[in-house]
Design a protein around this ligand. Structure first.
Ligand code: NAP
Length: 254
């Protein structure tokens, strides 16, 4: 498929896991892709894997910085002359309960996961609001943006925030023709979750928590993200789509 020929898509958290899988999928389908991640070495390394260098632009970026997000979107628009899509994958873990969560950790998680998603969406929407081409945003929320998860208080708060602003932006940006949806992944095997899968007992429990009996692969999230950017999803906006092997489909019977 070449659904993204002539299209330009920005991806944050692009050096690892789900973000890297999104970059690969979009590139393989013909897009020009702007990759951003916090780690400059890693972003250079990932960008150098692609042979058509004209279609790949890598930049180090802290998504929690209003100046950096605005500058990155402007630089991509200048380089490629247009912007069609944005996938917000940058994210960090946030552990702690209401009793013991540290407020500085809380602020850091909110800054990256929620502020970062908001700032990228804002910069993108401001840049393309009056364009006449197709434009769409995909935010990566989480099952923790749909259901509570004990001892993940900062992460849950940030991901409920991502789900909430996605719905709100769907309404606000609909009149501009900009669609905004989120994906709520189940457990996906990436560097983010490696520490859990390294524990065989934990890995077994994770698999049992998914209706289809296994964790997801980054490519399975990237496939849905790519779909949400295309006109096949032209009637979808403000949706939070579970891509989770049934993890959040039902409450366990007692
Ligand atoms: P990942 O492999 O750790 O990738 C996330 C990337 O974002 C990393 O390269 C990370 O860099 C980068 N990043 C961190 N802070 C940043 C910042 N301030 N600015 C720019 N980039 C930053 O994680 P993943 O599993 O692919 O997760 C991607 C997204 O999916 C996250 O939002 C996560 O919350 C969400 N999600 C993941 C799962 C899962 O099971 N994997 C499930 C539900 C939702 P560092 O490695 O240096 O921190």
């Amino acid at each position: 498929m070449n659904r993204f020929n002539g299209k330009v898509v920005l991806v944050t958290g692009a050096a690892s896991g789900i973000g890297a899988a999104c970059v690969q999928r979009l590139y393989d389908e013909g897009a020009s892709v702007a990759l951003a991640d916090i780690n400059p070495q890693l972003i250079d390394e990932v960008a150098s894997r692609f042979t058509d260098t004209e279609r790949v632009f890598g930049a180090a970026l802290d998504v929690s910085s209003p100046e950096q997000t605005t500058a990155f979107v402007a630089a991509v628009q200048k380089k490629f002359g247009q912007l069609n899509g944005l996938i917000n994958c940058a994210g960090i873990k946030g552990v702690g309960s209401v009793l013991d969560a540290d407020i500085e950790d809380w602020k850091n998680v909110m800054a990256v996961n929620l502020d970062g998603t908001f700032l990228m969406c804002q910069a993108f929407a401001r840049a393309v609001r009056d364009d006449q081409t197709s434009r769409a945003i995909v935010n990566i929320s989480s099952g923790a943006g749909i259901l509570g998860v004990p001892n993940r208080m900062p992460y849950v708060a940030s991901k409920f925030g991502v789900s909430g602003i996605t719905r709100t932006m769907g309404a606000e940006l609909g009149p501009y023709g900009i669609r905004v949806n989120a994906i709520a992944p189940g457990m996906v095997r990436t560097p983010f979750t490696a520490y859990m899968f390294n524990d065989p007992e934990k890995a077994k429990r994770i698999r049992a928590a998914h209706a289809i009996g296994r964790e997801g692969e980054p490519e399975e999230i990237a496939a849905v993200a790519a779909f949400l950017l295309t006109d096949d999803a032209s009637f979808m906006t403000g949706a939070v789509v579970s891509v989770d092997g049934g993890q959040t489909a039902c409450i366990a019977s007692v």
